[in-house]
Write a protein that binds this ligand. Structure first.
Ligand SMILES: *Cc1c(COP(=O)(O)O)cnc(C)c1O
Length: 229
């Protein structure tokens, strides 16, 4: 049952947080609902979950109106510039911003729609050629440009680490992400430098992400079950 999955994940978050002396309330679950239908998402909402992550705009546009307005939506897929307007109208947080061009488009549409859109900077922390995200060494200058040239709320960083089912292989990527975030916060580059968002995880187990400072844990399969493509 999906309710059992939800409770298990909640308990793990509390346990992992306690294991490293973190307040579990500083860790948000992002329920990744891509490829899952509205009634199932509603069941998770009814368990108390409020933040949902979606990867595909067309799909999200169909499902978001089905859920209560108190649900918050994070866009975690690849965003094409010509879809920026739709993304702004649908989502509360766009986690995958990796260029000034995209940030400016999001800002423009947010202003037109009268929305205060929040974004995360996606970092290509594994420097993988096939992956989106700004390279770690280019992140600071991009962040400076975005904060000076847009009115977007830049909440923090998002990463998809190189795939591995071994948590210890993934740990250094999370650690490097946190170090970057700490450095940027010291330089006052985020909108709220006391409360920087770190959106992490993609399969394996998520205790390392919590140990390394994740504030947002993106989980799909362990909650909703495997996806059919
Ligand atoms: C699909 C997806 C997830 C969820 O992955 P699971 O392995 O199903 O938990 C997390 N983050 C991103 C960016 C995704 O695209």
């Amino acid at each position: 049952m999906i309710q059992d999955n939800y409770q298990t994940i909640r308990q793990k978050i509390s346990q992992y947080a306690a294991d490293c002396n973190r307040d579990p309330d500083t860790i948000q679950l992002v329920a990744v609902s891509k490829k899952k239908e509205s009634p199932l998402i509603q069941q998770v909402f009814d368990c108390g979950q409020r933040i949902f992550g979606e990867n595909y705009l067309q799909e999200a546009a169909q499902k978001i109106p089905d859920l209560p307005p108190s649900a918050k939506w994070h866009f975690i897929g690849h965003l094409q510039s010509n879809k920026a307007k739709q993304a702004v109208s649908l989502f509360d947080v766009i986690e995958t911003v990796d260029s000034l061009k995209l940030a400016k488009l999001i800002d423009k549409h947010a202003n037109t729609l009268g929305k205060s859109t929040a974004i995360l900077l996606q970092i290509n922390i594994g420097r993988e050629q096939q992956k989106a995200g700004v390279l770690p060494e280019e992140a600071e200058s991009l962040l400076k440009q975005i904060t000076s040239e847009t009115k977007l709320q830049v909440l923090g960083l998002m990463v998809i680490p190189p795939f591995s089912d071994k948590p210890e292989v993934t740990r250094p990527f999370f650690r490097e992400t946190r170090k970057l975030a700490e450095e940027f916060a010291r330089k006052q580059l985020f909108t709220n430098n006391e409360n920087v968002v770190l959106s992490m995880v993609m399969s394996a187990d998520f205790h390392v992400a919590i140990e390394e400072g994740a504030t947002h844990i993106r989980i799909g399969t362990a909650l909703f079950g495997a996806r059919d493509y």
